[in-house]
Design a protein around this ligand. Structure first.
Ligand code: FAQ
Length: 334
């Protein structure tokens, strides 16, 4: 299936000469490193690409609460429980910053959420895998948040102002998340043989899905070329994946875990690791809704949306009443 993916015309980036004057001026601002702010003129495809990427990112944060939320009641100590609770709450906060950033592009949060629940918007493939043991919580913090930061650090320099500013805040929190995950793995690896085996089992299951988080390889990535020309993306999917592998393999070795890739080898010439081919068929199956937990994740989000209806109605009713009171209140005498 992967081999059948072809790049489309959408990947062909217009040269400055081919652009109309407004578009050219816009591209020149991007090339000069200026930030684009809400309400400024932007090409419609630039706006659409941002709405797609930012909203998918927001959905990922919100759906991403579910695998770890599964362990809040079963964390091994009070301290671990408090940390995990704080982390999962942070992810909800990231979702909110990102929905706000998307709203500055003229879309409503309700519409974006409706697209998610109707299956018309994507969220990160990684959150369709189950959390089977406590070590999975360590692996998510270490590998999943580690991959998220690798991507998001460069997104701090993205060309759209509100997205870039949201990323700065999010990255600070993600780095705490990554450390808490690695700390869980370190403790397990220094524990009993069973605990170490549990940590190894977690990296065995989470390694490859973590590499998939960066998206298809560059030659199959539909949006990368144009997104990079607009500086929405700063580094390509493959560059980020390579950086993640180079950063993470020594961390695994340090705590005595084996990366489950028989082709992994240090390349002296490139000063980088060579690594095996991602199973792209699995990736596209997960994107198509056929991962181990896709249906469960969507059912949870749909239930949460329906259960929250009374609260949304109460908020709107309260806001209406407050607006009416304000409109009819006598003007206070000086
Ligand atoms: N999963 O042409 P490209 C986190 C889709 S945050 C699902 O390369 P693009 C924090 C892609 O949308 C994790 N779909 O696309 C956390 C496109 O489909 P479309 C989320 C994927 O946009 C931790 C198609 O494939 N981070 O984890 C994936 O240029 C722990 C073609 O791909 C972000 O969203 C995938 N892995 O590059 C939370 C970062 N990869 O839209 C809780 C911002 C690709 O045409 C707990 N996003 N697709 O239908 C990005 O940087 C980019 O959107 C990429 C994809 C790099 C994800």
């Amino acid at each position: 299936m992967y081999a059948q993916m072809v790049k489309t015309d959408a990947d062909r980036v217009k040269s400055l000469d081919e652009m109309d004057p407004q578009e050219r001026a816009f591209q020149q601002r991007i090339d000069a490193g200026e930030k684009i702010e809400p309400k400024e003129w932007m090409p419609e495809p630039y706006r659409k690409t941002l709405v797609r990427q930012i909203s998918q990112h927001a959905h990922s944060e919100v759906v991403g609460q579910l695998p770890e939320g599964n362990w809040i009641t079963r964390a091994p100590t009070l301290e671990r429980k408090a940390i995990l609770l704080a982390k999962v709450q942070d992810e909800a906060g990231h979702g909110l910053y990102l929905y706000c950033a998307a709203e500055t592009l003229g879309v409503s949060r309700d519409d974006l959420y409706e697209q998610l629940l109707a299956g018309r918007a994507k969220y990160s493939s990684i959150f369709n895998y189950p959390t089977l043991s406590w070590a999975d919580i360590g692996a998510i913090g270490w590998l999943v948040d580690g991959a998220a930061i690798m991507n998001q650090v460069q997104l701090q320099k993205t060309s759209y102002g509100p997205y870039s500013r949201a990323m700065i805040r999010i990255c600070k929190e993600e780095s705490f998340h990554q450390r808490q995950g690695y700390d869980i793995m370190m403790k397990l690896c220094a524990g009993t043989a069973e605990q170490k085996a549990m940590a190894q089992d977690a990296i065995d299951r989470w390694w490859w899905p973590s590499l998939m988080m960066f998206g298809p390889s560059d030659d199959a990535s539909v949006h990368s070329v144009q997104s990079m020309a607009w500086k929405i993306k700063i580094l390509s999917n493959d560059e980020l994946r390579q950086r993640f592998v180079d950063q993470t393999v020594p961390q695994a070795e340090f705590i005595g875990l084996k990366v489950p890739d028989p082709d992994l080898k240090w390349n002296e010439k490139r000063q980088s690791y060579d690594f095996g081919e991602v199973d792209w068929d699995e990736f596209f199956q997960v994107l198509a809704g056929n991962g181990p937990c896709n249906r469960e994740r969507m059912a949870s989000r749909t239930r949460a949306w329906e259960d929250g209806a009374w609260f949304r109605e109460a908020l709107t009713a309260h806001a209406d009443k407050a607006a009416k009171r304000k409109a009819t209140a006598p003007i206070a005498a000086e």
